[in-house]
Write a protein that binds this ligand. Structure first.
Ligand SMILES: Nc1nc2c(ncn2[C@@H]2O[C@H](COP(=O)(O)OP(=O)(O)OP(=O)(O)O)[C@@H](O)[C@H]2O)c(=O)[nH]1
Ligand SMILES: [Mg+2]
Length: 177
């Protein structure tokens, strides 16, 4: 099971909807370009979706809503890997997202699983630049503090850019389902 966490409004549900259909319309989720944007509502509780990755591998992805932040830790023990979504157009939320990630990573119930930081909404005109993200999100400090490394990816769940990278990362970084 892949766990999908991130602040309210970061784009987890839209990402989940895209991941669910992407492999059916494009091999490995590459070269996607979505025109329409399906509506989403804030997730109160969790959303479960099955995503096809690689050769006949199906992975269950569980989104836990941002409003459930205080109890995210309850979902960690079943996770094989973690996708953590950051909204790169929301400068006010970056610091809070950073603190939330730290508290997830510090949880005793979190096994040493692969973590992918998903910088979402790169289509937004006022998005933060990579250097701005680096200075505001302090990923290197978080990695140093927790003694672990992360992979990162820039995506637009709106257009579909970068989704293929997430799918191949899940394929490589999932043991079991
Ligand atoms: N422009 C743009 N908008 C996005 C993108 N991803 C999500 N959104 C929009 O951001 C808003 C919030 O998206 P959700 O997917 O509902 O956010 P969430 O992370 O699931 O939020 P919670 O369920 O409350 O935790 C919606 O209006 C989405 O359409 C993106 O990549 N680009
Ligand atoms: Mg949601």
């Amino acid at each position: 099971m892949t766990l999908l966490l991130g602040a309210t409004g970061a784009g987890k549900t839209l990402l989940l909807k895209r991941l669910e259909i992407a492999p059916h319309i494009s091999k490995n989720g590459t070269d996607l370009h979505f025109e329409e944007m399906p509506p989403t509502i804030p997730t109160v509780g969790t959303n479960l979706v099955t995503v096809s990755v690689g050769r006949r591998q199906e992975i269950t992805v569980r989104e836990v809503g941002g409003c459930m932040g205080p109890i995210w830790k309850n979902y960690l023990k079943d996770a094989h890997n973690l996708l953590y979504v950051i909204d790169v157009a929301d400068r006010l939320q970056v610091a809070a997202s950073c603190v939330q990630l730290l508290s997830v990573l510090a949880a005793e119930s979190l096994p040493l699983i692969p973590v992918l930081i998903v910088f979402n909404k790169i289509d937004m005109p006022d998005r933060m630049s990579p250097s701005e993200i680096e200075s505001l999100f302090r990923l290197k400090d978080i990695a140093h503090c927790c003694g672990r490394k992360f992979d990162t990816v820039e995506v637009s769940s709106c257009s579909g850019k970068g989704l293929g990278e997430i799918i191949s990362w899940m394929d490589k970084n999932t043991i079991g389902k």
